[in-house]
Structures are given as structure tokens and as C-alpha cells.
Ligand binder design. Structure first.
Ligand SMILES: Cc1cc2nc3c(=O)[nH]c(=O)nc-3n(C[C@H](O)[C@H](O)[C@H](O)COP(=O)(O)OP(=O)(O)OC[C@H]3O[C@@H](n4cnc5c(N)ncnc54)[C@H](O)[C@@H]3O)c2cc1C
Length: 415
């Protein structure tokens, strides 16, 4: 028997129970949960392949170290799925490349250490009891390569990362073979169309009616917008305004850099939000620059090489060497001339940096967008919730991510 595959179609079906706009990790997760719920799903992706815009730019990290109980619960639900992915999707042997390598947030000043202490106290109140608070010396005893300037750290060993391409393909493959999902409602299916650009969502009276695309029009009872940074543009075609600020974020990929400890956790500097983790016998490194202004949604997203030097050059204010001095040696030893490259994508940032999940505007229109840099880890719990809201299995009044909510200010989440 041939292994299960993604069901692609060239011709647009005339109807669907649900049309999902966008074939990134969130659109594919939506297809998985909707097909599992017994719905006939059609996923429309403008690009020539699934999971090729923002999704592959991510570092694939997941963590429960959040600053509010709702996102902790949403990501926890996702991690439980990742841990049992092969069984829960019916894809025997499917390997997500998952590693619980830990997330270590390092403080260089008493100010951020106080903030960390306060956060860990609150996390414990919310039931997240396995985050450790370490002194600088305790942290260095475990990771001797940490700088003497690290005065304290918070650490959760069960946080980690996975391979986002395997995750996206896994959702799409399981959705395409819905009968094999262990707890599926019978009758569900998913069909994927790549190279299919959605032009507009059409509304008839107070309900969505259809979606027009570069391949014609499809009628649907429900439309879920999962178009990443383009989600606000698509919602606007149905007369719905949502606030999403696409903000460029880059990732530096350095394969084959022996000075990077292969067993290091995701290591984050609390003051600057510069961070890195081991990958490809080298590392992935990032910097969540809070001064980066938002802009229009972009495809493709250009890279800027100077940005990489800001992480690598020990003289920079957000150099990786501030927390881990071996980066100084890597620079002196020629790290800039090894085979590194950059990738760029956009965070789709909402005013409170939490996603928009569920119904909005005309009946039948739903959002699954605005993940603000957390769509890999939160996209599983978020997509399950969107589908449960659509099928009436979740209570709309209890939805903390409803798109028409009032926003609260957040201070703790730096990534
Ligand atoms: C540098 C960086 C690092 C990150 N690291 C992490 C991390 O470690 N952990 C984490 O959880 N998250 C991380 N993220 C965030 C994560 O990558 C995103 O939240 C996630 O990929 C969003 O997935 P998506 O499917 O919504 O968007 P996308 O992957 O952008 O997919 C949306 C799709 O919609 C399609 N589309 C757009 N318009 C149309 C149209 N008109 N018709 C049809 N299709 C359309 C696009 O072509 C695209 O394929 C990171 C992001 C960046 C940029």
C-alpha cells in the first residue's frame, strides 16, 4: 500500500462545507481539525506549494512560558498533540523532529531578573509549576558556556522545538486521509489547491456565499481566513476590518558551526530578545526587534544582511556574545564567512499579540489569524477552537480570542 499523501486537485470544486484561505501551517491545521469534525474542506493556497511563506521562516519553537493562562492552555494543547502526533493523526511513524530541548531566558540585569521572578510566580499560580528560577551560578553549573554577566535565568526543560515543514505536511496529509484519523466524525475530507489566489469573499445579505479565485468561484457555507500576514486584506473583501500589523522578522541560519553546543537549549537574552538554538550542526539565531515598524503584507519578504551582523558582531548592542561568549570566538574565527544565510517573514501582530479566532462579521466568516509570532505552537489549539466554534462545540461567549474583544496591554512576552 502506498503511504498516505496530500490530496491536491487542479480543478476548483463547485461547493464545500468550509473554504480555508491559506495553506500555511495554520490553514493546514484548520483543514485537519475540520476534516476530523466531518466537514468537506477545500484549502486554497496562492503559492505553488503549501507552507512556503511565513511558516518555514519560523524556528519551530514551542514554550509554555507565557504571561497569561489562556495562551499557556492553548500551547499546552498543541504540545500534547505534537507529542502524540502519529497516533492522533493516524499517520503511523510520522516524525515531527520534535525535541524537548528547553527554553532558557537569561537576565543580565536585576531589572529583568525581577520581571522574571514576578512572571514565574504568576505562572505557578496558573498551574505551570515546572519553570525553574536559577541564579547565575546555578545556570552556569548546567551550561558552562554562559557569560559571567548572566545574573539569573528562568528555565523550562519541557519547552522545545520541531520541524515545521513536517508539521505542516502532517496536518495536510492527515486531513487528506480523514477516515484514518482515530476519532474522526465520518464523512470529512480535505482537498488542497495550490497556485490558487483568492480574490474576494462574497456576502449575500448577512451570510458568506462564495469565494472567487484565480480558478473560478466556489460556494461555501463557511469561510475561514488563515492567510497569515494577508488575513486583514482578505477579511476586508467581506467588509470586515481587523487590525493586523505585519512586521518583518528575520532568521539567521548557520549550518555546520562546531562551536555551538549541540545540546544547548533555546537561549534567549531577556534584555534584548536576541536568541538562538542548535540546528543543522550549527544554529538558528533571531532578534525580535521591538523598534521594527509594521508595514504592508509582503510576498516575498526581503532579507537585510546587516541585520545578521547585529547578532554576530560582538560590538553590537544585541550581540549573541552578551549571553554566550563563544559567539565572540565564532566571530573572530570567521563565523561571518561560513555558509550562513537569512530568511525573512512577517509576524502578523494584533494589538494584544493574541490571535483572532472565531466568527466575525457576516454569518459563516471566521478568522484563524493574527498569531503574532506564535502560530506554530498556538496554531493547533487555535485551529481546534475555530472549528469547535464553527460546529457549535465551543461556547462563543467563553472564547478569549474573539476578534471583537477588548485588548489588554502586555509587558512580559518579548518573543
Ligand atoms: C522569523 C520568524 C520566527 C518565528 N518563530 C516562531 C516559533 O519559533 N514558534 C512559533 O510558534 N511561531 C513562530 N513564528 C510565527 C509563525 O511562523 C507564524 O505564526 C505561522 O507560520 C503563521 O502561519 P500561517 O499559516 O498563518 O501563515 P503563512 O505561513 O504565512 O501562511 C499563509 C498562507 O496564505 C497564503 N495566502 C495569502 N493570501 C492569499 C490569497 N489571496 N489566496 C490564497 N492564499 C493566500 C500565503 O501564500 C501563505 O502560504 C515565527 C515567525 C517568523 C517570521
Amino acid at each position: 500500500m502506498s503511504p498516505p499523501a496530500v490530496r491536491f486537485a487542479d480543478a476548483l470544486p463547485s461547493t464545500a462545507d468550509v473554504v480555508v484561505i491559506g495553506g500555511g501551517v495554520v490553514g493546514c491545521a484548520t483543514a485537519f481539525f475540520a476534516a476530523r469534525a466531518g466537514l468537506r474542506v477545500v484549502v486554497l493556497e496562492r503559492r505553488a506549494a503549501l507552507g512556503t511563506l511565513t511558516t518555514p521562516v519560523s524556528t519551530g519553537a514551542f514554550r509554555l512560558q507565557f504571561d497569561n493562562p489562556e495562551e499557556i492552555a492553548t500551547v499546552r494543547e498543541g504540545v500534547e498533540l505534537f507529542d502524540a502526533f502519529a497516533e492522533r493523526t493516524g499517520l503511523a511513524g510520522w516524525d515531527l523532529g520534535l525535541r524537548h530541548g528547553g527554553h532558557l531566558f537569561c537576565s543580565l540585569t536585576e531589572a529583568t531578573l525581577d520581571r522574571s521572578r514576578d512572571l514565574v510566580t504568576r505562572q505557578r499560580d496558573w498551574g505551570l509549576t515546572d519553570v525553574e528560577l536559577l541564579s547565575g551560578d546555578e545556570a552556569r553549573a548546567r551550561w558552562p558556556w554562559l557569560s559571567p554577566d548572566v545574573c539569573g535565568a528562568r528555565y523550562r526543560a519541557a519547552d522545545g522545538w520541531l520541524d515545521v515543514k513536517r508539521l505542516t505536511a502532517g496536518y495536510a496529509t492527515a486531513a487528506s486521509n480523514a477516515a484514518g484519523i482515530p476519532d474522526a466524525v465520518p464523512g470529512g475530507s480535505a482537498t488542497f489547491l495550490a497556485g490558487t489566489a483568492v480574490e474576494a469573499i462574497h456576502v449575500d445579505g448577512s451570510r458568506v456565499r462564495s469565494v472567487s479565485t484565480s480558478r473560478g468561484e466556489i460556494d461555501a457555507d463557511a469561510v475561514i481566513v488563515a492567510a497569515g500576514p494577508f488575513s486583514a486584506v482578505l477579511a476586508a473583501t467581506a467588509g470586515v476590518e481587523v487590525e493586523i500589523a505585519p512586521t518583518v522578522r528575520q532568521k539567521l541560519v548557520i549550518p555546520e558551526l562546531p562551536s555551538v553546543p549541540p545540546d544547548a537549549p533555546m537561549t534567549i537574552e531577556e534584555e534584548t530578545a536576541a536568541h538562538w538554538r542548535p540546528a543543522m550542526r550549527g544554529c538558528l539565531a533571531l532578534f525580535t526587534d521591538s523598534s521594527e515598524p509594521p508595514g504592508p503584507p509582503l510576498d516575498p519578504v526581503p532579507v537585510e544582511h546587516d541585520w545578521a551582523f547585529g547578532l554576530l558582531d560582538p560590538g553590537s548592542g544585541h550581540a549573541l556574545a552578551r549571553v554566550a561568549p563563544f559567539w565572540r570566538d565564532a566571530w573572530a574565527g570567521g563565523a561571518p564567512s561560513v555558509h550562513w544565510f537569512l530568511q525573512a517573514g512577517q509576524y502578523e501582530v494584533t494589538p494584544d499579540r493574541r490571535p483572532y479566532l472565531g466568527p466575525v462579521g457576516p454569518d459563516g466568516l471566521h478568522l484563524n489569524a493574527g498569531y503574532s509570532g506564535h502560530g506554530i505552537m498556538a496554531g493547533a489549539g487555535g485551529s481546534r477552537l475555530v472549528v469547535d466554534l464553527l460546529t457549535g462545540r465551543a461556547d462563543a461567549a467563553a472564547n478569549p480570542y474573539r476578534p471583537d474583544r477588548r485588548f489588554v496591554t502586555r509587558e512580559h512576552d518579548i518573543l
